[in-house]
Design a protein around this ligand. Structure first.
Ligand SMILES: NC(=O)c1ccc[n+]([C@@H]2O[C@H](COP(=O)([O-])OP(=O)(O)OC[C@H]3O[C@@H](n4cnc5c(N)ncnc54)[C@H](O)[C@@H]3O)[C@@H](O)[C@H]2O)c1
Ligand SMILES: [Fe+2]
Length: 384
């Protein structure tokens, strides 16, 4: 069996890594479109990017029209600005939402179609150079060939993919994550944990994704709670930024599974932040998936230090699942009910959500394959 392992072309990593981007940007073009959201402008993060561009004489245009729900019409608007203002490369600064939007804009300006037309297809082409500067330690989008965009015609969060969407430059500067409030830190950190655990227990996992996934799981158990309780803990923030990158590299090459498959439909219908809907699902989905590869879950117990000598695979796996539950509890992850989702409304939409989950193909990567009835049962259990 042979495998492909795709990564961004260049990664800059560490405190103040952004300043190193100047050399690379000089070769990228003469006018950048900066894709971002209003929070990044307010925090002064966009100024840090434009300050560096000014230093090297590169012009820029700022598009800050992205929010937590990147939608088809935002992509069309970004593409229009890029073309109108004659930009020739792209920089995204923000969480996964601006980064995903940048990728989609890059594709649309070259391929010309509405982003919705790429659903179910591999996006391919020669796109302008893309730089991703994540400010959350979560999605790993800076290292993935995916972009997740809301299709407002169909009320679906589309999972779009293609190796050409991988950023050319990923700038992992943990300084940017220091301002993330506890709820964002928790949800995005659990998103990264889901990426790592799903990648490790996916049918497509292989040696290199295993290495990245295990390292990410360890870092997240070591550092996420510290970031949540003390956002100014630089060492923990660095660890989480690396974990998110590693988890992104892992699932980029071995895929996510049941949690993400079931999470996107909830996000599309109830506008729950991506990491939070993953966190709501994580325990129930892992309880289902564990029989498919108890030995892999036991290995994660060893990685996180909760395995005790003499435990069987099943006992070790159960210890890991307990550790996940404890972590979620310590991060005060809300339930659907606490988030304000109406139970009857949720139950009435389960059939569509289960079908959308299956159609995304992510659940099929789980080692214990779920059918529609299994997925419906797990959705229902979220209100038990
Ligand atoms: N492409 C991929 O591989 C991939 C993987 C997982 C998730 N996603 C997608 O990414 C999106 C979620 O991204 P996200 O979880 O990073 O959140 P986000 O980008 O939606 O940001 C969430 C909120 O946090 C704020 N924020 C971000 N960084 C901050 C900081 N440092 N300080 C203060 N506030 C900050 C943002 O302004 C926003 O209000 C979803 O659409 C999800 O589907 C993509
Ligand atoms: Fe995710």
């Amino acid at each position: 069996m042979a495998y492909t392992y795709l990564t961004p072309q260049k990664v800059l990593l560490g405190e103040e890594a952004l300043t190193l981007a100047k050399d690379t940007w000089s070769g990228f073009g003469t006018k950048a479109l900066i894709v971002t959201d209003a929070v990044m402008v307010k925090l002064g993060n966009v100024d840090k990017v434009t300050g560096l561009l000014d230093e090297i004489g590169i012009a820029y245009e700022i598009y800050d029209g992205i929010n937590q729900e990147p939608c088809d019409y935002m992509i069309a608007k970004g593409a229009e600005i890029y073309l109108q203002k004659q930009c020739d490369f792209l920089i995204a600064i923000g969480g996964g939402s601006p980064i995903d939007s940048m990728k989609a804009i890059g594709a649309v300006i070259v391929l010309g179609d509405n982003i919705n037309s790429f659903m179910g297809k591999v996006i391919d082409g020669s796109f302008p150079p893309m730089t991703a500067v994540p400010t959350t330690a979560g999605t790993g989008s800076e290292a993935t060939q995916f972009t997740i965009i809301n299709n407002t015609e169909k009320n679906i969060k589309m999972l779009l993919k293609g190796p050409a969407l991988l950023p050319d430059l990923a700038v992992i500067d943990p300084v940017f994550t220091m301002t993330a409030p506890p709820a964002v830190t928790a949800a995005t950190g659990i998103d990264a944990l889901c990426h790592a655990v799903e990648a490790y227990t996916s049918v497509k996992a292989f040696s290199m994704t295993d290495t990245m996934a295990k390292s990410a799981v360890k870092r997240i158990f070591d550092s996420l709670y510290l970031c949540y309780t003390d956002g100014g803990n630089m060492e923990a923030r660095i660890d989480m930024a690396i974990a998110a990158l590693e988890a992104g590299m892992a699932f980029n090459n071995s895929s996510v599974t049941l949690i993400h498959g079931m999470s996107r439909p909830i996000g599309a219908l109830y506008h729950i932040p991506h990491g939070l809907s993953n966190a709501m699902l994580m325990e129930k989905c892992l309880e289902f998936a564990v029989d498919g590869c108890p030995e892999r879950f036991r290995e994660l117990a060893q990685v996180t230090g909760v395995y005790e000598t003499g435990m069987t695979d099943q006992e070790g796996a159960a210890a890991f699942l307990r550790a996940v539950s404890n972590l979620c509890r310590s991060l005060k992850i809300q339930t659907l009910e606490e988030f304000g989702v109406d139970k009857d409304d949720f139950l009435s939409k389960i059939d569509k959500m289960a079908q959308d989950a299956l159609d995304s193909k992510s659940p099929g990567n789980t080692r214990k394959k779920p059918d529609k009835e299994d997925i419906i049962r797990i959705y229902k259990a979220l209100f038990d």
